[in-house]
Design a protein around this ligand. Structure first.
Ligand SMILES: [Ca+2]
Ligand SMILES: [Ca+2]
Length: 194
């Protein structure tokens, strides 16, 4: 009888152990579920944050691209303005090319970023006086050389039928056909000696 009692006790103990194990396992299962849910939430949050980052970096990229474009436009405008100012400053400047000294040569005039020649049509001593004055070699008796005496220049032929009064400070102030308008060839390039 005592033996049966003992065996019964041991069975109860075993049963309790099994119950505890099942309980523990259930608990473990529940905590795994909870952890899984928490992890799922974390992953969802991370995904959201990643998407937000992507969106904001896209916005910033667009902003930066716009900024760069506007800066490039400004730069382009500044380059254009600077080159216009330089052109204006240089327009009408003259030089003497191919003479045997600095006070003589083929007359070349600067316009629109390019040196060009002057035609000998109607070019007389009054026009030459203005050229010499503008170059800083004022003289009442300059010599005019027609027909490409100092060689033929290259295109463009900028001025033709120059008609200075003689007292002008520079040749762009003298009457003429207009920049680049002419009926000449480079065989008619004019030169002076001041
Ligand atoms: Ca002419
Ligand atoms: Ca003239």
């Amino acid at each position: 009888m005592q033996q049966v009692q003992r065996s019964d006790n041991s069975f109860n103990k075993t049963l309790q152990g099994v119950e505890q194990m099942v309980k523990n396992s259930l608990l473990t299962d529940a905590s795994i579920q909870a952890e899984k849910a928490a992890l799922t939430n974390q992953v969802a949050t991370l995904k959201q944050e990643l998407q937000q980052l992507k969106d904001s970096s896209k916005r910033e990229r667009t902003l930066l691209t716009n900024k760069i474009q506007s800066l490039e436009q400004q730069q382009h405008m500044l380059v254009q303005q600077t080159s216009n100012v330089i052109d204006q400053l240089l327009t009408g400047r003259i030089r003497l090319v191919n003479g045997s000294h600095s006070r003589e040569g083929r007359i070349e005039v600067f316009y629109k970023g390019q040196w060009g020649t002057v035609c000998d049509d109607r070019f007389d001593v009054k026009d030459a006086r203005v050229v010499c004055r503008q170059l800083g070699y004022p003289t009442a008796y300059p010599t005019v050389y027609a027909s490409a005496r100092f060689g033929q220049g290259t295109d463009p032929i900028w001025l033709d039928d120059l008609d200075c009064v003689g007292s002008e400070l520079d040749i762009k102030s003298c009457a003429n056909r207009g920049w680049g308008k002419h009926d000449c060839f480079h065989t008619e390039d004019v030169g002076v000696s001041c």
